[in-house]
Write a protein that binds this ligand. Structure first.
Ligand code: G3I
Length: 446
């Protein structure tokens, strides 16, 4: 090969490399943003999970929402001691296995929750003297972790071992009271020996900002790291409401734990409230996790408000009818995703609430909330169950399908909403003997 043709070859190669680079850049620039929580989180190298109850998996809207949106699950109650070893030495895994196989067959990860906890603890455990209790604790960890070996990415080995308030002291429990401070270390050492591949977490609540309780956990982790006691992660439950909002130092607190050399995970996130205040809280939590490189994933404590442990506080991302809430849009946007149907960044969410009720009819109110960008108009649908009929509407422009059961609602006049702002429309449903709540379709914005 001549020098000239070698030079040409090199030039061609160089050009191809430039084009390839340009092509990749162009492709990623025009690629559709992820449109589900799990896919958007995966693009950021995180998982996005939900606590799941085995007895709801047969409900199709529940399973569809879970399967579509989430890529990690935590059994809400099914792996706890009272569920897995209610009688000493007799282990039952039916409900937890159901969740694990549901997840595994769909490529979802599983968090294990929880091995050693003072709550949901069968009575027999509290009746044991120290030596026997130690044997029982180690056997419980060994049996349950062996059963799930290779299937769990992270285990909450010990849950909620510290008191609330300013003392930073340990919480009284059979483990603490009979085995002393060393029970946590012993539990972690046993756990490591059983499944060396699982990440071992300490998990607690009211530790989300810098305070006496989180300082006590911080000191525990620091001591474990210094002495080589196995620990890989700290779970921040993150149950928030107006009395206990997302702390201003949430990110800083996650970061100080990460700086000790452990991963951090948001393990039981829920935020009571509604509309833009709730959406802002969720967005702040997600942004904090993304800003901490060792924050490896987020789990919300349930799929739908309907089955939340705090259902009255409507703390989750999907309402009782599985409609996406403003909080959902806020999370998806913070993760860098885009709502399906929301062209560009225009997006909205709808929520339903029953208002006045009489013997033959009730009023419904739908709140429409813009996502993280301003919108110029919106559309949603309300479906009632035959023989119900909608007799009146206000603050919207309705059209109807041929059955008369599906109402498409658009704004009455100007439909623009600022980012995160809400409007509402209302209607009266004649029950004709059926009181089923109306179902909302998705919200489309432009
Ligand atoms: O399944 C029984 C049902 O058969 C019975 O009829 C009914 C009557 O009370 O109880 C049902 O069990 C309930 C169970 O949830 C399943 O719904 C228990 O009473 C109830 O105590 C249990 O509550 C769970 C709670 O932990 C117990 O401490 C919640 O679902 C669960 O969300 C909650 O989760 C905890 C985390 O594990 C740890 N961090 C805090 C978080 C919230 O409390």
């Amino acid at each position: 090969m001549s020098i000239a043709s070698r030079a040409r070859g090199a030039l061609t190669l160089g050009l191809a490399a430039v084009l390839a680079t340009a092509g990749v850049t162009a492709l990623s620039g025009t690629a559709r943003a992820a449109s589900t929580l799990g896919a958007a989180a995966a693009e950021k190298g995180r998982y996005f999970g939900a606590a799941v109850a085995a007895n709801h998996l047969g409900e199709s809207a529940y399973a569809t929402t879970l399967n579509t949106e989430f890529n990690s699950v935590t059994p809400e109650n099914e792996m706890k001691w009272d569920a897995t070893e209610s009688t000493r030495g007799s282990f039952t895994y039916g409900a937890a296995d159901q969740i694990v196989s549901h997840a595994q067959s769909r490529g979802m990860k599983v968090r294990g929750h929880t091995l050693v906890w003072h709550s949901q603890l069968p009575g027999w455990v509290g009746g044991l003297a120290a030596a026997d209790l130690r044997t029982a604790m180690n056997n419980h960890i060994t049996q349950v972790m062996t059963h799930y070996k290779g299937k769990i990415h992270s285990w909450d080995v010990v849950n909620e071992a510290f008191q609330d308030g300013g003392s930073g002291a340990r919480r009284s429990s059979p483990f603490q009271d009979r085995l002393g401070n060393g029970f946590i270390e012993e539990a972690f050492r046993t756990a490591r020996s059983v499944d060396p591949a699982a990440k071992l977490c300490y998990n607690d609540y009211n530790t989300d900002g810098v305070n006496a309780k989180s300082n006590a956990v911080y000191n525990l982790v620091k001591d474990f790291k210094a002495r080589g006691v196995p620990i890989d992660c700290v779970g921040f439950q993150s149950h928030f409401n107006s009395a206990s909002p997302v702390p201003g130092d949430y990110q800083a607190n996650l970061q100080r734990f990460a700086d000790l050399g452990v991963d951090v995970q948001i393990t039981e996130l829920d935020i009571e409230g509604s509309g833009s205040a709730q959406a802002t809280g969720y967005g702040n939590v997600v942004r904090a996790c993304l800003a901490v490189s060792r924050c490896t994933g987020i789990t919300v404590w349930g799929v739908t408000d309907k089955y939340s442990w705090r259902a009255g506080g409507t703390p989750l991302l999907f309402d009782g009818n599985y409609a996406r809430k403003a909080a959902y849009t806020s999370v998806l946007t913070a993760l860098g995703g885009t709502s399906p149907g929301g062209g560009g960044s225009a997006a909205c969410t709808v929520t339903y609430a029953k208002a006045e009720e009489w013997s033959d009819r009730f009023n419904g109110r739908v709140t429409v909330t813009a996502g993280s960008s301003a919108i110029s108009t919106w559309t949603t649908t309300v479906t009632v169950t035959s023989p119900q009929k909608i007799s009146t509407t206000w603050n919207g422009t309705p059209t109807w399908d041929s059955s008369g059961n599906v109402m498409t609602m658009k704004p009455n006049g100007n439909g623009s909403l600022a980012a995160g702002a809400s409007t509402s429309f209302g209607f009266t449903v004649m029950t004709n003997g059926t009181t089923t709540a109306p179902r909302l379709g998705g919200c489309t914005a432009s």
